[in-house]
Design a protein around this ligand. Structure first.
Ligand code: NAP
Length: 280
């Protein structure tokens, strides 16, 4: 099984490591517009060979698109124009509606599997790739009824080889759920990091005093704008809705503090504690 990975960064590189280690892939072909990243991926043995996109499409059985989502909407129709026979294309993008729209009437739509592995870290590039990133996590298959059954089965095998569970959603539901589960927490982490960096000028103090709570709340603020701006552009409407709700909740906490209503504040914290029931 020859697998081409277009965009050899954190996600593409981590898939490359696991698919090679578990024997699913016999050859990993790397494609990346960033020549430094492509060379790094080769040097650290994430990929067996680097090719141009056209060369990779010529010889791969499966093509995995793992670039920022803005590049996916441009690349996906081009790749579907060029594939032949049973070749399969998967994307791993964090948004879905725009990507699906870019190929909705394409004659090779059936060979495309829209997926979103719900795993990651705050780091980017080939050196951020790690083994076992996907173990025990889940991936979302989106609008799967538009994919040919054989392509669907092959994608299932690939994700099972990555030890992932599979959840099925339509594009609209995917983008709404990820706005809540993933996208808003990044905005709130960027905002918290900015607030502290602006107000707390003493970097040494931040370093000395930052304990578990602050560190874990701002971890996501280390994430790359190259990856996140295209996500916010593509999922703008849903993220705006969630952001409005979040701002209302912050305003509620602010108002309770002003009124010194610690009884209601206590009650809201208890309500928030309920997240423990879902996420142990
Ligand atoms: P990443 O580490 O930045 O890797 C992306 C790679 O693709 C970089 O080397 C980038 O080069 C390259 N690239 C950009 N445009 C390209 C193009 N037109 N053709 C070929 N290569 C191109 O990003 P990542 O975190 O792996 O994210 C990849 C995808 O996975 C994104 O769509 C993201 O939404 C999705 N995803 C991410 C996570 C996460 O936690 N990070 C989780 C699940 C899904 P440059 O550095 O020069 O741009």
């Amino acid at each position: 099984m020859k697998i081409a990975i277009v965009g050899i960064g954190l996600i593409g590189g981590s898939m490359a490591i696991s698919l090679k280690a578990n024997g699913f892939a016999t050859q990993i072909i790397g494609v990346d517009k960033n020549k430094t990243n492509a060379q790094k991926a080769l040097d650290i043995h994430l990929v067996d060979v680097i090719m141009s996109l056209d060369e990779a499409i010529e010889c791969a059985d499966i093509i995995i698109l793992s670039t920022p989502v803005s590049a996916m909407t441009a690349l996906l129709p081009v790749i579907l124009n060029k594939i032949k026979g049973n070749q399969i294309v998967l994307d791993v993008g964090s948004t879905k509606e725009m990507i699906l729209k870019s190929v909705e009437n394409h004659t090779n739509r059936g060979q495309f599997v829209a997926t979103h592995p719900m795993a990651g870290t705050e780091f980017s590039g080939p050196e951020a790739a790690i083994p076992n990133l996907f173990d025990g996590k889940c991936t979302v298959f989106v609008d799967i009824e538009k994919t040919n059954p054989k392509a669907h089965q092959m994608a299932e095998k690939l994700y099972k080889a990555l030890k992932m569970g599979i959840v099925y959603l339509d594009g609209k539901a995917h983008d709404i759920h990820t706005a809540y589960i993933s996208h808003i927490s990044h905005i709130s982490s960027f905002a918290l990091a900015l607030t502290v960096l602006e107000k707390e000028q003493d970097e040494k103090r931040i370093f000395e005093l930052a304990s578990g709570g602050f560190r874990s709340s701002v971890r996501l603020a280390k994430s790359s704008p190259d990856m996140w701006i295209p996500i916010f552009e593509q999922n703008r409407d849903n993220v705006l809705d969630v952001l409005d709700e979040h701002i209302n909740t912050l305003a509620k906490f602010r108002s309770l503090l002003i009124k010194k209503n610690f009884t209601e504040f206590y009650r809201l914290i208890e309500e928030a504690n309920d997240i423990q029931r879902i996420l142990k």
